[in-house]
Design a protein around this ligand. Structure first.
Ligand code: FES
Length: 295
């Protein structure tokens, strides 16, 4: 990959795919983000020749393309490993063990954040929250979920990857594509695996299950406001609505109504309240008041 331009076959293929991406947007330049993934699917990172190609196709300068590519951490500026192993060290995962997982795996692989093992198999990263906090601590391999990890399970995971063995995510697709394959998906070309496996696991659905078992509903929920995926009333809204006067689960709504207040979320509820004091509109006022009290 030392050449500054793509070979004719790759160039033609990339331009054809770029044209398909561009056709999805009202303005061509809006296609830059997926096109950068497309470049990564070819070179394994946003290469200089990839930047040139994007700039050429979209009529941008190389500086403009680089400015976008350097803004997002999913775009790699140096060759990435075949698998990105991302350990979430954001707040919740960190306190649940994410920090120690990263430390142990880093020690085990002999690489730090955004570094790649000498065999080119794994790029290790500390990643931000992946919206899977209910399964903390979470590890991602090429953006597939590995939930409820420990240092030992993650070390076993990276050992499997290093040995070239397939690894199975906890949720979602049943296998993990390579970094280049996943980059092609992120460029907008489906690999047919989007519906594989379970998306929302038990931990995600626990609150919903409890709400249904107890006839709880969100404040402001009204009969027939929406329907759930089964085609029936959401969370048995109609039934719960009918029993709202007596059911404990309906206390939020009925309590507010009984007190003559609009439920939260409705017009004139607390969510809709007009500012009435200075503190409602100025944090500075609050600070001043706090300081005054302290004096
Ligand atoms: S903090 Fe790790 S997934 Fe949210």
């Amino acid at each position: 990959m030392s050449s500054e331009t793509f070979a004719p076959e790759a160039d033609a293929r990339l331009r054809a795919e770029a044209a398909e991406i561009i056709s999805r947007y009202p303005q061509a330049r809006s296609a830059l983000l997926p096109m950068l993934h497309l470049v990564q699917s070819e070179d394994g990172f946003v290469s200089p020749r990839g930047i040139t190609l994007c700039a050429d196709i979209l009529g941008l300068t190389r500086a403009e393309v680089s400015a976008v590519a350097t803004f997002y951490s999913q775009y790699k500026r140096h060759p990435n490993g075949e698998y990105t192993v991302g350990v979430c060290t954001n707040a919740l995962c960190a306190v649940m063990g994410g920090d120690i997982i990263f430390e142990k795996v880093s020690e085990h692989l002999g690489v730090g954040h955004d570094e790649t093992t000498v065999d080119g198999k794994i790029t290790l990263e500390q990643v931000e929250c992946n919206a899977a906090c209910d399964y903390a601590p979470v590890v991602m391999v090429n953006w597939e979920f590995f939930d409820n990890q420990t240092p030992a399970s993650t070390i076993a995971l990276v050992d499997q990857i290093t040995a070239g063995e397939p690894v199975q995510p906890t949720r979602g697709a049943s296998t993990v594509g390579t970094f280049k394959e996943i980059s092609h998906v992120l460029a907008g070309f489906e690999d047919g695996r989007a519906d594989e496996g379970v998306g929302a696991g038990d931990a995600t659905l626990l609150g919903l299950r409890l709400a249904r078992e107890n006839d709880w509903q969100a404040p402001g929920a009204r009969r027939g406001r929406r329907e759930d995926a089964d085609g029936g009333p959401a969370g048995d809204t109609a039934a719960a609505g009918e029993g709202a006067g007596t059911a404990t689960g309906g206390a939020d709504v009925t309590g507010a109504e009984a007190a003559g207040k609009a439920p939260v979320g409705d017009t004139q509820s607390s969510a809709d309240r007009k500012p009435t004091t200075e503190a409602d509109v100025s944090a500075e006022t609050v600070d001043k008041d706090v300081k005054k009290e302290a004096e």
